[in-house]
Design a protein around this ligand. Structure first.
Ligand code: PNW
Length: 491
């Protein structure tokens, strides 16, 4: 066995969830509908028949879930707020739902009593349906950013005395592309998906992306101006994005394709949110080159806001997997959203990017994770918190509970990814300050329904019984050993 790779002694770690995936209680205590309620009840189903009506019933069982967090040794817990629980109709002049506020107060207070730090995501995909109906939701750049700012302010006002760590948006790329290009996620708009009845893949994702960038900026600006001075917290954003290796490592065009793919994945949001002013541009140049006027411009006034709002405290990274990218010839299609490349899990020589997991899009790729961490840190220069990382085990969707809790694949996945973090910190000089495993428990995996299990806790969806998997306590041991190793070496 190789010696334990260290992690910084003050490394923050825990588990993550998101409101719609775990809460249930969708009609309780005045909650308004979100676009996911609508999407999950479409006929024919676009979510394998699954919906979040009950989910893990976390709304009623959060104490039991937090007992697990305590048992697992978590120092921090990342969860999201349901906008339509707090403001059922969503808008800036719409009433606040005190019962929704009370629920999140109970959650926050229970975590603090346990000595667990709450990390709060404002938006994890569940736009109030009323805003979608009223003005097209994220398709309306002007309206949506104003409503998001007001929602953010309500959250800082009501919870910011106790919540110090804020994440504005979870994965704006997935919101834009899955929601408005492929139509695989709510609100399911697309012009290339036969199940979709409305949408325009050539324009809508880029409009929605701008609405999300501006919404993020306004929420950051509001925090920095009006709340940071007294609350002294931190704010950031969680971006997804795989690492890409060239399909043919001898072909410069494939090397360029891999970089371009990452610009379309990460740079789209990271440049305007984090660095654009230092490069003198808003979006990555390759995006402007390919998309032209379909990529919305920022006005001078908007640029000024972006410039001011790039003072955020951390880069939240959601990392699951990596792929190979191969360049395409000819001219890009108007519905292309990945930079005119093809992506593969095997390279030209047939070498797999990593071990297959329990879901088709995810192979275990720790060495690419290390490269990804170094690339993102040295490019965007913010301390990184890994806000999601995890996997389903091969075949886990068909396993009994007894089989599923013996999750050796997941234990190895975590070990390998923690080793990659150590290497990125101590060998590549990246600043990485925390880690959240996805997820505390099996939950509604969006359009994949309940079959794909990412939890460290097994969920019996009939009885709602929770059973810890081996990985839950294994993670605790891994973190303890790694942080102890750091103290011993004095690093
Ligand atoms: C993230 N992909 O989504 C989300 O933030 C979570 O809510 C979700 O449960 C988790 O990852 C696991 O999927 C993603 O297809 C969904 O590449 C799909 C992809 C990436 C991230």
């Amino acid at each position: 066995m190789s010696p334990t790779k260290p992690l910084p002694a003050d490394f923050e770690w825990g588990f993550a969830t998101a409101a719609y995936q775990v809460e249930g209680a969708v009609e309780e205590d005045g909650r308004g509908k979100s676009i996911w309620d609508t999407f999950c009840h479409l006929e024919p189903t676009r979510t394998k028949g699954a919906n979040g009506d009950i989910a893990c019933d976390h709304y009623h069982r959060y104490e039991e879930d937090f007992d697990l967090l305590t048992k697992y040794g978590a120092k921090a817990y990342r969860f999201s707020l349901s906008w339509s629980r707090i403001i059922p109709l969503g808008g800036r002049d719409d009433p606040i739902n005190e019962a929704g506020i009370a629920f999140y107060n109970r959650l926050i207070d229970s975590l603090l009593r346990r000595g667990i730090t709450p990390w709060v995501t404002l938006y994890h995909w569940d736009l109030p349906q009323a805003l979608h109906d009223r003005y097209g939701g994220w398709l309306n750049v002007e309206e949506s950013q104003k409503d998001f700012e007001r929602y953010a302010r309500v959250c800082y006002e009501r919870f910011g005395d106790r919540v110090r760590d804020w994440i504005t948006l979870n994965e704006p790329w997935i919101v834009s592309v899955f929601g408005y290009a492929t139509g695989g996620n709510a609100p399911g708009r697309s012009s290339i998906n036969e199940a979709a009845t409305e949408g325009d893949t050539s324009t809508e994702p880029w409009i929605v992306g701008k609405a999300l960038i501006m919404s993020h900026a306004r929420a950051v600006e509001a925090y920095n101006k009006d709340f940071r001075p007294s609350q002294k917290g931190r704010i950031g954003v969680s971006l997804n994005g795989d690492y890409y290796e060239p399909w043919d490592s001898d072909d410069q065009l494939d090397k360029d394709a891999a970089q371009r793919r990452m610009e379309f994945h990460i740079g789209w949001f990271a440049e305007p949110m984090l660095v654009f002013s230092s490069l003198g541009e808003d979006y990555p140049r390759c995006m402007r080159d390919q998309l032209g006027d379909r990529l919305p411009q920022f006005s001078e006034q908007e640029l000024a806001l972006l410039r001011s709002a790039k003072e955020i405290d951390f880069y939240g990274m959601n990392y699951y997997t990596s792929q190979y990218a191969r360049h395409k010839t000819g001219s890009p299609s108007k519905t292309d959203y990945i930079g005119h490349v093809e992506t593969f899990q095997e390279n030209k020589q047939g070498v797999s990017i990593g071990e297959p997991s329990g879901v088709h899009w995810l192979r275990s790729t720790p060495q690419c994770f290390r490269k990804h961490l170094a690339r993102v840190y040295h490019r965007y220069k913010k301390p990184i918190y890994i806000t999601e990382n995890g996997c389903p085990c091969p075949g886990e969707d068909k396993m009994t509970r007894e089989e599923s809790v013996q999750d050796a694949y997941r234990v190895k996945y975590f070990q390998d990814h923690l080793d990659a973090i150590s290497q990125a910190v101590y060998e590549d000089s990246a600043v990485i300050s925390g880690y959240f495993a996805w997820s505390l428990m099996d939950n509604l995996e969006w359009s994949d329904g309940y079959g794909v299990r990412f939890g460290v806790t097994h969920m019996d969806y009939e009885t709602l019984e929770r059973t810890p998997k081996r990985s839950a306590l294994a993670l605790k041991q891994m973190f303890e050993a790694r942080m102890k190793a750091s103290r011993n070496t004095g690093s």
